[in-house]
Write a protein that binds this ligand. Structure first.
Ligand code: HEM
Length: 132
């Protein structure tokens, strides 16, 4: 039987995507300890921030006003962590949604993961904070 999926269409779709994704992250043996070690009991704050982030990215709605990269600059992560993050994220998106916005979320996440990884490596090799 073919399951018909909808595109990411509104804020409650974004909440579902973010909640489902970070449930996987929290319980993941590679990424869970990194996230839980920093976020601790403030998951509600992080999830709300991520709702606004994706709402701003996908629907051009005001809300997210932060800078995505700086909190990642000194994380103990490398390419394998970003590859795994992307596997969990794309698995979540594809299990729930299908369509233009879903594709855009996948594309944006991929580009940001590449950029974060590049900057982290650069930072590690050069100790150069000017790219922040
Ligand atoms: C190995 C992969 C990643 C790890 C371990 C990671 C970890 C984290 C952690 C621990 C925080 C919370 C920081 C804090 O509250 O102090 C955070 C925030 C955030 N992450 Fe990631 N992240 C990863 C990949 C990504 C990717 C690929 C994206 C892009 C879609 C992303 C987007 C964000 C955003 C937007 C925030 C909030 C930044 C702010 O405070 O405004 N992360 N991440």
């Amino acid at each position: 039987m073919q399951i018909i999926k909808n595109d990411i269409s509104n804020f409650s779709d974004i909440q579902l995507l973010v909640d489902t994704f970070y449930d996987k992250i929290k319980n993941d043996s590679l990424l869970g300890p990194i996230f839980n070690g920093i976020i601790k009991d403030k998951w509600d704050v992080h999830l709300k921030k991520m709702y606004s982030f994706w709402n701003t990215i996908l629907f051009s709605e005001p809300g997210y006003t932060g800078s995505p990269f700086p909190p990642h600059a000194k994380l103990p992560v490398q390419k394998e962590h970003f590859d795994h993050w992307l596997i969990l994220f794309s698995g979540t998106v594809n299990s729930l949604f299908e369509g233009e916005k879903a594709n855009e979320a996948l594309w944006r996440a991929q580009r940001m993961a590449e950029m974060f990884n590049f900057k982290i490596e650069h930072f590690r090799n050069n100790g150069n904070l000017s790219i922040l």
